[in-house]
Design a protein around this ligand. Structure first.
Ligand code: UD1
Length: 362
């Protein structure tokens, strides 16, 4: 019997941990899963909704760290996670993705000699100004077992001198959640509530500090949105960080004047899946959305200069367009002129990644 602590902290973690915990519950004679929520994200719309949408059991332990500077947040997770680990003495700790909670918990594990596995290992943007890149690099250096989503991630890890014995190519666990919930998401009434017809709207998400904390970059993105939304209405579920910076930089009025741009509160997993799966085009700076749109064959423009998920460009629907006004607008109109292409199956993004993770742990 293996006791496994599954760590969640921020919004993009929930859809990665849910299938793993579910698979462990199915094999209850072999696994005892516990869920520890660090509380990095705490708003109902950024956290609670995902537990019910994804059938993720309520956390066994809630650390309640909340928002703070990177140092303070990382330190708070470490301080509060350490006694849990000492008390529970798990056989394994599973950390996912690249948020501050991921690195913080992995560090506590190695210092206490508890085995830790990193799910979604090996992704690299090669942009060390991204906080997530530092979290990824360091977590992969210290974790005992590295579960990679695609072969490029294995190459990255090997190039960093990490032994192949620690690496397992298992596929993309977030896609397990996508396949499981796609059908159910069709019951969502979000498109009716917003009066939207399939393929007649675009979806936008923005939350990277490099885009939303910098008024010059954010201003350029707004200029592009002004042009695109004149042709195709854009629905924009606004992340709390972005909501704050729009106000701080005095962009409220300009944003309100863009007629085709509709700001809404952040959505839960099922409503958001229902929304973007009906979109003609997605514009984003998220990592996970590049993957989800690729699997569903929805054209995606990534408003960043790089991606840690190159397979979404080579095999999926993703285009890296940066934050230059003309590049974004040209790419958007080019995407609208294209006819739909058949979707390509990315190897091991098949809905069975959680089972492969369990097989490697057991
Ligand atoms: C974090 C992750 C990022 C991930 C993103 C998804 C790190 C370094 N960053 O960024 O990788 O893509 O989550 O959302 O771990 N806030 C709320 N309510 C919440 C959470 C946050 O209002 O429930 C506000 C706070 O003002 C906070 C700000 O959003 O200061 C940013 O939150 P934080 O967790 O620091 O980073 P994210 O930008 O969400």
């Amino acid at each position: 019997m293996l006791k496994v602590i599954n760590v969640v902290g921020a919004r993009p973690n929930f859809m990665k941990v849910a299938p793993i915990v579910e698979a462990m519950k199915r094999r209850e004679r072999e696994f005892t899963p516990l869920v520890v929520h660090t509380g990095q994200h705490y708003d109902a719309a950024m956290s609670d909704t995902f537990f019910s949408d994804l059938d993720l059991p309520q956390p066994d332990v809630y650390l309640g760290v909340g928002s703070a500077s990177h140092a303070a947040q990382t330190a708070a997770v470490m301080e509060r996670f350490e006694p849990v680990l000492i008390e529970e003495k798990p056989d394994w700790v599973l950390v996912v993705g690249d948020v501050n909670s991921t690195l913080a918990c992995a560090l506590v594990c190695v210092k206490l000699g508890v085995k830790v596995a990193h799910v979604e290992a090996g992704l690299r943007s090669r942009d060390r100004t991204m906080p997530e890149e530092i979290n990824r690099l360091l977590t992969d250096q210290i974790a005992d077992l590295l579960f990679t989503p695609s072969a490029d991630a294995n190459d990255n890890l090997l190039a960093e001198g990490i032994s192949g014995e620690r690496i397992r190519l298992v596929g993309n666990v977030m896609i397990d959640s996508l396949y499981k919930h796609l059908e159910r998401s069709r019951q969502s009434r979000i498109k009716d509530a917003l009066d939207l017809n399939d393929k007649r709207f675009a979806v936008l998400t923005l939350h990277r500090p490099s885009n939303v904390d910098n008024p010059l970059t954010f201003g350029r993105i707004l200029e592009a949105l002004e042009k695109i939304s004149a042709e195709l209405p854009i629905v924009f579920p606004v992340h709390p960080r972005t909501r704050k910076t729009i106000a701080q930089h005095g962009f409220d009025e300009r944003v309100a004047q863009i007629e085709g741009l509709r700001l809404i509160d952040p959505l839960g997993y099922l409503d958001f899946l229902s929304l973007y799966s009906g979109a003609r085009l997605v514009l984003t700076d998220s990592g996970g959305i590049q993957e989800e749109t690729s699997v569903l064959g929805i054209p995606c423009l990534t408003l960043r200069e790089n991606t840690e998920r190159p397979i979404t460009v080579t095999m999926g629907t993703n285009k890296i367009v940066g934050t230059d006004v003309e590049k974004i607008v040209d790419a958007a109109f080019a995407a609208l002129a294209e006819t739909a292409k058949p979707t390509v199956r990315i190897p091991l993004w098949d809905g069975h990644t959680a089972e492969r993770i369990l097989a490697a742990l057991g």
